[in-house]
Design a protein around this ligand. Structure first.
Ligand code: SF4
Length: 291
């Protein structure tokens, strides 16, 4: 059986940047606090914990003073920076530049909407770290929509500025834009609707390439942490063209039966999946099919 690893899968530049920042800090002082998991991948988090990374949550951060703390690629709301300042924490800010730009844009949109009595709408996963950071730019007044069925919470008679979490599906976002336009038209009101396609191309550009990769292989093993948003989006793309697609987060989840009559297997993953883990999965597939 031939096993191929998708060369386009693996860490995006935002995650590479955050992990390099963490490794540099750990090499300097052998210990570093990180607010939340640096990446939605338990295996990579374990590797960094062994190097001295201590993952804490916001409650624990409230009791931390005079230490170094890393802010991961997802970014954080302004209140976290305020807390860090109050507690004299030294912040290593590894927020992805794409997310920083989106936060800035939402802040500007929010100021405009406050003046016009309008609404900021964020198409994203409720409770996701990036979305918490984005909503924080609007004093948590933004309307967060995870699903098209939730769009009724928007008042279509008022101005709307729409943004997307960077890892959302591009086609679902376009559907949402279309539906909002229809709603405004049906009211017959003057439209003051502006939408911003803020989906990161590190994810959406992978969609068509991954579709082709999934189509070309008998079996697809998609490696991703279960909490990864872009992991779920990309896995669904694999499944849509190849029913023999399986999502795993560690090589222990592999099942020999998946590879019956398989001549070529493909291994791929999310923007939060380390290449070393996909390598290990490919080796394990080879091993279980030889024993
Ligand atoms: S997916 Fe895009 S926005 Fe998100 S961390 Fe990676 S590069 Fe940054």
């Amino acid at each position: 059986m031939k096993i191929t690893i998708d060369k386009n899968s693996g860490f995006c530049f935002g995650v590479v940047y955050a992990i390099k920042a963490a490794e540099k800090a750990l090499n300097e002082e052998k210990h570093l606090y990180c607010l939340g998991d640096i990446v939605h991948n338990n295996e990579e988090v374990s590797r960094l914990k062994q190097m001295g990374m201590d993952v804490i949550d916001k409650e624990q951060m409230k009791h931390l003073y005079n230490q170094r703390i890393l802010i991961r690629a997802h970014g954080e709301p302004p209140e976290i920076y305020r807390l860090a300042k109050e507690n004299k924490l030294s912040v290593i800010d590894a927020t992805c530049p794409v997310v920083l730009k989106l936060q800035r844009s939402i802040r500007e949109g929010f100021l405009e909407m406050e003046q016009k009595g309008g609404q900021v709408v964020i198409f994203g996963k409720k409770g996701h770290a990036e979305v918490i950071g984005l909503a924080g730019q609007t004093k948590n007044k933004a309307i967060v929509i995870s699903d098209l069925s939730e769009m009724e919470s928007i008042n279509f008679a008022k101005p709307v500025r729409l943004y997307a979490q960077t890892t959302q599906s591009l086609s679902a976002f376009k559907d949402l834009v279309e539906l909002i336009q229809q709603k405004i038209r049906s009211l017959g009101s003057e439209s003051d609707f502006v939408w911003y396609d803020t989906i990161c191309r590190q994810v959406s550009n992978r969609e068509s390439v991954l579709q082709q990769f999934a189509y070309e292989h008998d079996v697809i093993i998609f490696v991703s942490g279960k909490k990864s948003s872009n992991g779920l989006v990309l896995f669904q793309i694999c499944q849509s063209v190849n029913k023999r697609s399986h999502m795993i987060s560690s090589l222990h989840e592999l099942q020999r039966t998946w590879f019956a009559d398989c001549e070529n297997a493909g291994v791929c993953g999310a923007t939060s999946t380390p290449m070393w883990l996909m390598d290990a999965v490919a080796k394990e597939i080879k091993r279980i099919n030889q024993t």
